[in-house]
Write a protein that binds this ligand. Structure first.
Ligand SMILES: Cc1ncc(C[n+]2csc(CCOP(=O)(O)OP(=O)(O)O)c2C)c(N)n1
Length: 535
């Protein structure tokens, strides 16, 4: 292959080096690297072979194999939430993308940026309707903010740069680039220069003024905080607003990422159970959304409302998810005359280790006492996670990531991606056993990459939540429902499942056993799994 002058596509000036003549795949790898993407979670097939070969040829991209596509996409979500930039995923044709959709959906709900590269049949092969031919664009559109199919190797670099730009656009978007095999293997590739990312839009002064007046009225108000507002500066500013105005603070039932622990301003979430959510919001006259959506029940239940705020409450938008919520909150706090150092409420009593059987509150206190300083918690613990949020405010400082889109099977891959994004931090993955079975292959990736993750499995051997949901929708339990919600026949053995994927594991049955196992896992490096038999 002869040498050629660097070929650039885009408006920014080229990097000061010469690039060999290249195919489309190589131009894409170089484009991603030039745009700051250096991690690729992958599960490739034949149509992606040239992209894989390009990854071999070009240095700088960390490639991580996931043994199921929903592991790949869940890893990219966890990575993006912690790195605040996208990873690339590499997926195989429509079916590979389809396997990964559930966790792309969760990422989308978290406003996590993601660049999916989906290989597909060569353009001229598509009309023959070979077995893997699918409506790849259609599948991509269902979960992506931006979708493009490259049409020529000469365009692939520019398409890649546009995909990164779309993904990085506030508040973080899903960009899916479909790469027909011939656009990857044909020569003529040109590296796409990084495209400028639009700045976060600011909140209009009129909006700020209106909300300041509303808060001055003294009528009962609640700020619902999400996204950027749940970062440390966002929470401090929100607390100043609450301190001076008397407004209440809450998060939605699920948070994509929240700074928490001792010294951090604690804000509890709106409960999942509709009746409890209605109680929390009762009496609120003004609901002020800060990067959040109007509070909505997770599901409809006969006779219960969809919206959980009082029907006569006025809905205000202080900041849309893509807007600069931190500056808006700080402005509001200053405008209302809040002291800069308004006291931050503490996170409650010092957490204590508790002994005995698993009980949600007792476990929460024990976990709070054990969480390592500066750890990252990923939570997909379903019913076992319901009591964890507030009692862990008094733990050591940490970040808390939750499943945001309700598609269970998020915790393991999210933890895996977060650990890759933050190699110096311990990750604690709280996973329900039913949810864990969707993506347990992520344990293998943790072992392979020697990631510092403590996985805690709540082994109740049942789809517990569904027993409650059955009654909540007004249906009656019976033989079939009991059978469909049962995971005990045969019993899942998580210590063996983990061992089979190279992750050391132990089983505990008491809180003191859990504390011992957790401390031991926290004192060493590498992945570990604790199966907490709770039933
Ligand atoms: C992708 C996906 N499939 C199915 C469901 C429906 N679903 C919700 S919770 C649940 C079972 C949860 O059981 P488990 O994870 O063991 O938690 P537990 O209820 O026992 O706390 C299922 C199947 C879902 N939310 N997402």
């Amino acid at each position: 292959m002869g040498r050629a002058a660097a070929v650039w596509y885009g408006s920014l000036s080229p990097l000061p080096y010469e690039i060999l003549a290249m195919n489309g795949a190589e131009s894409l790898v170089r484009t991603l690297l030039a745009s700051g993407i250096d991690t690729c979670f992958a599960n490739p097939g034949t149509s992606e072979m040239h992209f894989v070969a390009a990854l071999d040829k070009v240095e700088g991209m960390r490639c991580i194999l996931g043994l199921a596509e929903t592991v790949v996409t869940g890893c990219a979500d966890g990575y993006a939430r912690m790195a605040a930039k996208p990873a690339a995923t590499l997926l195989h044709c429509g079916p590979g993308l389809a396997n990964g959709l559930a966790n792309v959906h969760n990422a989308r709900r978290a406003n996590a940026p993601m660049v999916n590269i989906v290989g597909d049949h060569a353009t001229y092969h598509r009309p023959f309707d070979a077995p893997l031919t699918a409506d790849t664009e259609g599948l991509a559109r269902a979960v992506s903010h931006w979708v493009r199919t490259s049409t020529s190797s000469t365009q692939v670099g520019a398409d890649g740069a546009a995909a990164v730009q779309a993904a990085m656009t506030s508040p973080g978007q899903i960009a899916t680039l479909i790469l027909p095999a011939d656009t990857a293997w044909n020569e003529g590739g040109a590296v796409g220069a990084p495209l400028p990312v639009p700045a976060r839009p600011t909140v209009a002064p009129d909006t700020l003024g209106t909300i300041a007046r509303t808060l001055r009225s003294g009528e009962p108000a609640m700020l619902i905080l999400a996204g950027q507002a749940l970062s440390e500066p966002g929470l401090i500013a929100a607390h100043r607003v609450a301190h001076v105005s008397g407004a209440k603070l809450r998060t939605p039932s699920q948070v994509s990422r929240m700074a928490r622990g001792r010294g951090c301003a604690p804000v509890d979430r709106i409960p999942y159970v509709v009746d409890n959510a209605l109680k929390v919001l009762a009496g609120t006259r003004h609901v002020i959304l800060v990067g959040a959506k109007p509070p909505t029940a997770f599901f409809a239940y006969p006779g219960k409302p969809s919206l959980t705020a009082p029907s006569d409450a006025v809905m205000h938008v202080l900041a849309r998810p893509e807007q600069d919520a931190i500056t808006a909150l700080e402005w509001l706090a200053d405008e209302l005359g809040a002291p800069k150092n308004a006291p931050i409420p503490d996170g409650g009593a010092q957490p204590q280790l508790v002994r005995g059987k698993f009980e949600p509150e007792a476990f929460a206190s024990t976990l709070a006492a054990l969480l390592p300083e500066n750890c990252i918690v990923t939570e997909d613990a379903v019913t076992s996670g319901r009591a964890l949020f507030a009692p862990t405010f008094g733990a050591a400082p940490h970040d808390w990531l939750q499943i945001t889109g309700g598609a269970i099977g998020h915790g393991f891959p999210c933890a895996t991606g977060a650990a890759l994004a933050c190699p110096g931090r311990k990750v604690v993955c709280l996973e329900a056993d039913g949810a864990g079975m969707y993506t347990l292959q992520a344990l293998w990736t943790q072992a392979r990459e020697k990631l510092d993750v403590i996985n805690v499995i709540f082994a109740n051997r049942i789809y517990k939540i569904l027993h409650g949901e059955l009654l909540a929708v007004g249906a009656q339990p019976g033989r079939v429902s009991n059978e469909l919600f049962d995971l005990a026949r045969p019993a899942l053995d998580w210590t063996k499942l983990a061992a089979g994927m190279g992750v050391e594991a132990t089983r505990v049955e008491t809180l003191e056993g859990f504390a011992d196992a957790f401390r031991a896992a926290a004192s060493r490096r590498g992945p570990f799994l604790i199966e907490f038999q709770i039933q």
